[in-house]
Design a protein around this ligand. Structure first.
Ligand code: BGC
Length: 487
């Protein structure tokens, strides 16, 4: 195998292949007890997967949903693209520190989604936790400037709004925020309809208008943007600042929405897995600390163990512990290293880089004002590898749970499906995607899963969701017209 994780290699009686990074050569024994709780065996992952499966079923149930940690939110997306979609759309994308506005064209003849233009507006940190009206006025103002610059004033284009937070959707254009995640915490938005907040802000400006709105989670946008290229794409997954996945579920299992036929895309919000205590046995003291010091303690436990917003902090806490135990930096920890969030998740990727990793580690440790020696550099690389590897394996366990469920739903011996994926951890980390795919194959051997990295799911995907919604609406309108035509 090209690159085994330490967790995997420990359980296999093979000598390590030469390609393995030096960090994976046997570490100094005293470090092992600190890292051991982060190493999850395949059996443990299977166990985690069966707990998640129970969680998915609970989230879908009419009477169990209200106490479910994994929310399993209906998205009112009832179909993936069929290649007949077309037209011009606006797309908004809010989910991280930037807010984006895009003008997107879907070209049916070429089966292509083209981004005509886009603009990025920074969301200042204080706005992420400030007043609701201020945030939505900022969004409306960026959108207004963009519409003016594109000379689109006077046209009322349909708009896809990628809003990457857990929302209870009542319809495609009615979406109530359940809770903020990923560093956002504007008081007063939870429990309110995001489309109304957007429309109100546009109305306050009064200088432009918007057409129909489709609310889209980023996982759904990711699935739909890949779905135009590959119509067997029925899962969307994000592993970036936050983490989540959506998939096409049978309507008969979606007990909270009327109707038995066909499928609907479910936004799992798997980041909330563990919020009911079901991951307590694998949460380490470092995970508990990350949770306790976050702005939303007690919630999104799974996300806090695996996503980009938190991985760097887990590594920092481990480095502090190892230096306290005199296993790193000769027992000296710098003041810089004691600053929360100073160890960025991108450092993990840089340190694990195959050729340049050790040099990167030396540079980063110097930046952090640490007195290191060569043995420290290797231990730090091992710590990064252990944390990122646990993330990849837990993410694999969650994805395998969904794929297995889809296969059983459909009564198939073998499921062939495609996952649209996005997120910085997946894209930028040198071994993450490989380890994720390897582990999914082990945990879901009856599923052949193709991974497709999405190209701008939050922009083009949102336009695609809007386009599919329009196609279905037109279809049902013409369908319901037929009897009258016959009269
Ligand atoms: C949010 C999800 C989102 C994910 C990835 C999570 O924090 O709850 O809605 O899909 O991050 O952006």
């Amino acid at each position: 195998p090209p690159c085994l994780s330490p967790s995997l290699s420990l359980s296999l009686p093979v000598s390590l292949p030469p390609c393995l990074s030096p960090s994976l050569s046997p570490p100094p024994p005293p470090v092992q007890p600190v890292l051991q709780p982060l190493r999850l065996s395949l059996d443990k992952l299977r166990d985690v997967s069966s707990r998640l499966h129970k969680g998915l079923v609970q989230g879908l149930g009419k009477h169990s949903h209200h106490r479910a940690a994994v929310k399993m939110l209906p998205t009112f997306v009832r179909a993936t693209p069929d290649g007949t979609e077309k037209g011009d759309f606006l797309a908004l994308d809010l989910g991280g520190t930037n807010f984006r506005v895009l003008h997107v064209r879907v070209l049916q003849a070429e089966q292509k989604v083209v981004k005509m233009d886009s603009q990025i507006c920074v969301v200042p940190k204080d706005m992420m936790t400030g007043a609701t009206q201020q945030l939505f006025d900022h969004i409306a103002s960026c959108l207004g400037d963009f519409i003016a610059s594109q000379e689109l004033k006077g046209q009322t284009l349909p708009l896809g709004f990628t809003f990457s937070f857990p929302c209870e959707q009542k319809e495609i254009d009615k979406s109530i925020l359940i809770r903020w995640t990923k560093g956002f915490n504007c008081p007063g938005v939870e429990g309110r309809d995001v489309v109304t907040l957007l429309r109100d802000a546009v109305r306050r400006r009064g200088d432009y208008d918007i057409g129909s709105v489709a609310m889209v989670n980023d996982t759904v946008g990711t699935m739909m943007s890949c779905g135009y290229k590959d119509q067997s794409c029925e899962i969307g997954m994000i592993i970036g600042t936050g983490t989540n996945a959506c998939y096409m579920e049978e309507m008969k299992n979606v007990k909270r929405v009327e109707g038995e036929d066909g499928r609907m895309c479910i936004n799992t919000e798997w980041g909330g897995f563990g919020d009911d205590g079901s991951l307590r046995d694998i949460q380490t003291e470092f995970d508990q600390m990350v949770d306790k010091t976050s702005i939303n303690p007690g919630v999104h436990i799974f996300e806090k163990m695996i996503s980009g917003m938190y991985l760097g902090e887990i590594v920092r806490l481990l480095l502090l512990r190892l230096s306290e135990e005199k296993l790193l930096f000769k027992g000296q920890k710098s003041e810089v290293l004691q600053t929360p969030e100073i160890f960025q998740t991108k450092f993990i990727s840089e340190i694990e880089e195959e050729d340049t990793g050790l040099d990167n580690a030396r540079r980063i440790l110097t930046q952090l004002d640490l007195q290191w020696d060569e043995a420290d550099v290797r231990v730090v690389r091992l710590v990064c590898d252990t944390v990122s590897s646990r993330s990849a394996r837990l993410c694999a366990a969650a994805l395998a749970t969904i794929a297995n469920k889809m296969r059983l739903n459909r009564g198939l011996d073998r499921l062939q499906t495609t996952v649209g994926v996005d997120g910085t951890v997946y894209r930028k980390h040198p071994n993450f995607s490989e380890e994720l795919q390897l582990t999914v194959r082990l945990l879901a051997p009856e599923c052949s899963i193709t991974f497709l990295v999405s190209e701008d799911g939050s922009g083009k995907g949102a336009a695609m969701v809007t386009a599919v919604a329009q196609r279905l609406a037109l279809h049902s309108a013409s369908f319901s017209c037929h009897p009258e035509v016959r009269h």
